[in-house]
Structure formats: structure tokens, C-alpha cells
Design a protein around this ligand. Structure first.
Ligand code: 5GP
Ligand code: ZN
Length: 114
């Protein structure tokens, strides 16, 4: 989609530190990390948010979760623990309207989030 920041990152039109990519999923470091490990995982295909998902999107969700699991293992946070979250809409503070999951780890994470 034109003028979508994360579509441009996925296409390599805006620089980012990509830590994983395949034909469906891209994972890159968050520009403003909130933990020692803070990566964003996105589908290459533009989906505005979790609210726009349909039952057809099961395969891409499975890919996002299994890539996150692999990265957590690579970052050696699979034993200490990590969080995998997506923000939806204003109350959650969603600021980029291309579906993304935050993978956060490397420190104790508070709960509930502020
Ligand atoms: P949201 O608040 O929508 O859940 O998360 C958006 C995330 O995207 C934020 O954590 C923010 O730091 C990150 N972000 C915003 N612009 C850029 C950018 O240009 N590059 C990267 N790597 N991350 C970005
Ligand atoms: Zn997009």
C-alpha cells in the first residue's frame, strides 16, 4: 500500500535493521526499543491491524508466531521469557496501521502494561 511506513520497510524502500525475512514475514528492530530485545514482526501483505484479520489469515498468523518463537530462541530469551503483543486502535496506542507484533524480552516486563 502506498504511504504505509511498514510496507516501505518490507520493500526495502526505508532502511531498517532486518533480523529475519521470508516471502511472507519481515522482522526488524524497533527504532525506539523498550527492552534489550525489541523486534517488530509484520506480514509483507498490508493488513491494517488485528481488527482487519479474517479467517483466511490463519496461515500468516501461524508464520508470525513461529518466526517469533525462532527469534526468541536465537536471542536466548526463550528460557528467561518474553512478550509478543499487538496494539489495536487508540486505547492501545497503535501508531502504525500495518499489522505488527512486538517481540520484547531481555528484562523483566511489568504487568499490566501502563
Ligand atoms: P505501535 O505503537 O503502533 O504498536 O508500534 C509502532 C512501533 O513502530 C513503535 O514501537 C515505534 O517505535 C516503531 N517505529 C515507528 N517508526 C519506525 C521506523 O521508521 N522504523 C522502525 N524500525 N520502527 C519504527
Ligand atoms: Zn502496509
Amino acid at each position: 500500500m502506498e504511504d504505509c511506513l511498514f510496507c516501505k520497510i518490507a520493500a526495502g524502500q526505508i532502511p531498517s535493521t532486518i533480523v529475519y525475512q521470508d516471502e511472507d514475514v519481515v522482522a526488524f528492530k524497533d527504532i525506539n526499543p523498550q527492552a534489550p530485545h525489541h523486534v517488530l514482526l509484520i506480514p509483507r501483505r498490508h493488513i491494517a491491524s488485528m481488527a482487519a484479520l479474517t479467517s483466511e489469515d490463519g496461515a500468516i498468523l501461524a508464520s508470525l508466531f513461529t518466526v517469533a518463537q525462532k527469534l526468541a530462541h536465537d536471542f536466548k530469551i526463550d528460557e528467561t521469557g518474553y512478550r509478543f503483543v499487538t496494539n489495536v486502535g487508540p486505547d492501545a496506542g497503535q501508531s502504525v496501521f500495518h499489522l505488527h507484533f512486538h517481540l520484547l524480552g531481555g528484562r523483566a516486563l511489568g504487568w499490566p502494561p501502563g
